[in-house]
Design a binder for this molecule. Sequence first.
Ligand SMILES: Nc1ncnc2c1ncn2[C@@H]1O[C@H](COP(=O)(O)OP(=O)(O)OP(=O)(O)O)[C@@H](O)[C@H]1O
Ligand SMILES: [Mg+2]
Length: 495
Amino acid sequence: MQTVTIKNLTKNFGSAVAIDNLSLNIEKGKITGLIGADGAGKTTLLRTIIGLLIADSGEIDVLGFNPVTQKDELNLHIGYMPQKFGLYEDLTVIENLKLYADLKNVPHDFDKMLEFTTLAPFQDRLSGALSGGMKQKLGLACTLLGNPEFLLLDEPSVGVDPISRRDLINMVREMITPHTTVLWSTAYLDEAHNFDTAVVLDKGRVIYEGKPHDLAPTPQEFENKVIDLMGGYNKEESLIAKNYDYQAPNVELTVEADNLEKRYGNFYAVKNNTFKIKKGEIFGLLGPNGAGKSTSFKMMCGLARPTSGTARIMGIDIKKNPEKARANLGYMAQKFSLYGSLTVKENLDFFALAYGIKVLEKNKKVNEVIEVFGLKEYENYKAEELPLGLKQRLSMAAALIHNPPVLFLDEPTSGVDVLTRRDFWNHITSLAKKGVTIMVTTHFMDEAEYCDRISLFYKGETIAVGTPAELKQQAGANDMETAFINLIKESEVSK
Ligand SMILES: Nc1ncnc2c1ncn2[C@@H]1O[C@H](COP(=O)(O)OP(=O)(O)OP(=O)(O)O)[C@@H](O)[C@H]1O
Ligand SMILES: [Mg+2]
């Protein structure tokens, strides 16, 4: 039995081909993973399946409905979680759940959902005040309400921590019936490896369709095979690092935090964050959703005022001299924060000028980052129209266009395809070799291995700090993911 049958589907946006004569069946009662490069057509395909977009040609049947002419009937049978799920930010967690339950006409029975999402202690918090990962979990919970027959999830695990990512999958598996069909788009290949079927898209075409295990038995082999299918990764010299003209710092400690603390009412988002980072170090802040990583970054960048404590960038106090300190850093926010209605090029022009790059140099610089980050064919797209992975590339480009000595990158690789992730890390490690200090957060545990040192953060506090090898040793683990899980469990026990 098929839930979706697609024949010769084509969808163009202007001169750009998003879906190219694609034929595909999605089997009932199975979890199908949708993977592919940034801009490969994943979101367009999902939207076309549920009738939000209308194809230029081809046929689609979804649960016996035509999504174009029978969109409303079809809607009653599906649960769709878009990349930017429509949470009501000025309603609390529980109010959002109630609202979606009412819309779907289902009872207010949320205990299991709240337990699965670990949102129970925060049910009265405004959803706008949740961390990025907590919002994803709430969005998924709202989508699952009412047990839809067909779930379409557009990168639900973006920004979700490794422990919760397992919980999300378990949550979906437990909440669905044997007849529920799930179409799950993801950039996490270890996740896709666990699904019944994998569909790999490239430039709007299906380049692989089958059991992930048939392609490769282990998650690592699967990742390598998918990379091969996508054209392979060739590590090249980082042009970003090569052309990074900057004044090498004359201080040894480039980033310092002294007892940084952030309180909201009685809640401590960050309790006591102290560390000293050396020139050229790659320092990773890891931790579960809501641990206080982004809040720490924002305080260190002078974007949120600490309740107490302070930070210094290149020895300059961020509280006393915010402008001077900020001139020394580049910040890439977790949430896309560039100008959505400006084009890619206009955004970069804006940031280049705002950071004081001279007009003559500006064009060269902007063209260079457009080239290096693979944005050439998108330079005239509005930023808000870009696929997620390309938004991340643009944000990264904007953060470093003025060549600062210190970079704060908050989940730079979330939602980015596997090839581009390697590319980003090639730039990061090459910049660090030139003496640029990099503060970074990630939920990809394989990326943690690229860090010189890591601080594991939990409930606003550092629970462990050291090199990746030291943390693994301390946790008695062979890999970072197990180390992460063990250290967090240990800290729970000792509390
Ligand atoms: N304005 C606010 N009011 C109340 N609580 C807040 C506010 N802003 C942030 N918080 C809370 O502070 C905590 C830390 O959030 P933060 O965004 O720093 O976490 P994070 O470690 O970056 O998580 P993630 O991995 O999900 O991005 C969360 O519990 C969040 O809900
Ligand atoms: Mg965060």
